[in-house]
Design a protein around this ligand. Sequence first.
Ligand code: DGY
Length: 321
Amino acid sequence: MKPRILVTRRVPKECLNLLKPYFQIEHYNKDTAIPRARLLRSLKDKEGLLCLLTDKVDHELLSAAPKLKVVSTFSVGYDHVDVPACSARGVVVTNTPGVLTESTADFTWALLMSAARRVVEGDAYMRGGKYKGWDPLMLLGTDVNGKTLGIVGFGRIGQAVAKRAGGFAMKIVYYDTRRAAPEAEAALGARFVPLDELLRESDFVSIHTVLDAGTRHLIDARAFGLMKTSAYLINAARGPIVDEKALVKALKTGKIRGAGLDVYEWEPKMATGLASCRSAVLAPHLASASLETRTKMGEMSASGLVDELARRTPSPYRVAA
Ligand code: DGY
């Protein structure tokens, strides 16, 4: 008998094709999150779960899934998975590291450039029929080249963002709980600084840290108070790293000039007032959303289940408890 698994959302066909030979698949093949009650009910007889960052894997879920052996998340982030609770029950967790680094870094730059150069406002201006001809003072943005980029979280994605900044002759400062190797700093021309110094110095502050107890609301009202009034906040990591109500206030009162956001504190909802902040560019969690990258993520998340459940070999994408 093939092991039973649950796939909680529509996924690339390449992902399903890898799973089909090995498993009996129950597939919630929709473009919305599986309802919690359905998720718990479906897991009663499942050994494997292929889930998304919208599915909370916690004690309640584990208790509803007595046969569960492997949780494979279709994401690099796994803040939605209680990994210690999984480990305590002998449930292995796998994720999709590495494959989305470059596309996430690309998208971070798309947000940064769009916010600084008012691309989205310009688009609305054209479509709204407001453009009456070239005007020296129309929709003035901020130069990116030669400015200071502050990167909070200098892991794979943070460093890939830094690499791209070289093309804009930017100064790079970074903050992380651990300092990067001297070779990485030298190669990227990046200087390690305390967080407050980064916030004071940077023209663009870009978040690339994981979400955990130590980073929740890392960027709060106090942080906005330290930032330049001409600065921009870019967040393509996790919403709750930023106090979103404080961000709305900072944008509305001119404490910072703008923002580029891909993630939200109460995703998919936004804080009241954010939608009317024209200086914020808002995207619906798209940073890894290229066809190539989502295909690779699908293949990698499938391989976590195939390795662990069918081949009984440890997946290279196991998350450490
Ligand atoms: C992840 O993988 O964690 C992203 O947030 C979605 O690509």
